[in-house]
Design a protein around this ligand. Structure first.
Ligand SMILES: *Cc1c(COP(=O)(O)O)cnc(C)c1O
Length: 366
């Protein structure tokens, strides 16, 4: 068996090679490379896919997050509630605007523990940022209720949850703005960087559309100090191709993960769980073990790669030392950072590769 990488993005390309290549040539030959018909068509299709009124394509998931808070008017002096165990980009989306993240512990599904949100709300709290981590929809019903009760904005980080639903409603449509990343490794991944926001508000969609293009609606007339964050035609075109296959791609990954759930059996590891009412689109298959270093080394010897999502929680990273949140403040978050491990999972993973991973993990004795 060759080395099994934790993710293989080329396999997803080869599954639809001809379609991607045809689209790439079409865009190259079109003579129009930024903000054109491919972006418009993708925005329309993606809005339909998530069930939102509007989608605005952007250059990355991080841009989607910080621009979301910017157009909602959240900045210095404001607090935003977010789970402690997220990818640091979620937090940067808040702090780039000068706002302060207030961390809440995760539940056993790796999403925000809804029972701990209200105690973190202060006079300064302006928004909740929900992260549907690893691809599973968060427990949205109580979150929406809390946001309404306290008059808070609700933003969703859907960088890992394209198409995941809570009670049959798609993530990204529960609050004011849903933020997406199309980084190549994501479930709907481009062949470079990309992102988008979705919203039901025409005003928010217009504001983001203006903001992404130097604050200009009409060429060379600038309403606000904006930025350059445009999804390009090539990525939009290739994403449009991929979007037509997203259900197959999702089902393929789900099949792999259901097999993992059924067959992985080792008393040293804790398997991921699926919440009642939530769907999981399996961005990552994340297990937990107290003996993580030993398992990583054992799997490395078996030529199986793994990744830790994420080894340092944002509040303990060097970048956020200024927040002065000491180690020990978020025990569940910190415990997860020490014990989570993502095992190989990607579109195009063969049955043989999967069986090899399952056997290796089941035979692991520490
Ligand atoms: C990938 C990711 C982002 C950032 O997306 P980029 O496109 O890389 O900027 C934000 N939040 C989460 C949860 C992510 O996984």
């Amino acid at each position: 068996m060759d080395y099994i990488m934790p993710n293989r993005m080329d396999r997803g390309f080869y599954q639809y090679q001809k379609e991607f290549e045809n689209k790439a040539i079409e865009v190259l030959r079109s003579g129009w490379y930024v903000l054109g018909k491919e972006v418009r068509a993708f925005e329309e299709k993606f809005a339909d896919y998530v069930g939102a009124n509007y989608c605005v394509g952007l250059a990355s998931g991080l841009d989607a997050l910080w621009i979301a808070f910017r157009v909602l008017g959240i900045g210095a002096g404001d607090e935003v509630i977010v789970q402690g165990n997220t990818y640091i980009a979620s937090v940067m989306g808040i702090t780039i605007n000068g706002a302060t993240p207030v961390f809440v512990e995760p539940d056993e599904y790796y999403n925000i523990d809804v029972t701990q949100i209200e105690q973190k709300i202060t006079k300064r709290t302006k928004a909740i940022l929900v992260v549907h981590l690893y691809g599973q929809a968060s427990n949205m019903e109580p979150i929406v209720r809390i946001a309404h009760k306290y008059g808070l904005k609700l933003v969703e980080d859907c960088a890992q949850s394209h198409g995941a639903c809570f009670n049959s409603k798609t993530t990204g449509t529960f609050g004011d703005i849903g933020c997406f990343s199309f980084y190549p490794s994501k479930n709907l991944g481009a062949f470079g960087d990309g992102g988008a926001i979705v919203t039901n508000s025409a005003k928010i969609a217009d504001d983001v559309r203006v903001f992404r293009n130097y604050g200009s609606e009409k060429r060379y007339y600038n309403k606000v100090v904006g930025t350059n964050s445009r999804l390009d035609e090539m990525q939009a075109g290739l994403l449009r191709v991929k979007l037509t296959h997203i259900k197959e791609l999702e089902e393929e990954k789900r099949g792999i993960c259901l097999r993992y759930l059924e067959k992985l059996q080792n008393k040293e590891i804790i398997l991921p769980q699926i919440r009642n009412g939530s769907t999981h689109i399996w961005h990552q298959f994340v297990i937990r073990t107290k003996k993580r270093d030993a398992l990583i080394n054992y799997l490395k010897q078996k030529k199986i790669g793994t990744i830790i999502h994420y080894p340092i929680p944002p509040h303990l990273s060097e970048a956020y030392q200024y927040l002065e949140i000491p180690e020990g403040s978020l025990p569940v978050t910190e415990d997860y950072a020490k014990s989570v491990l993502s095992i190989p999972l990607f579109n195009g993973m063969t049955r043989e590769e999967q069986e090899y991973v399952i056997t290796a993990i089941n035979e692991w004795k520490n």
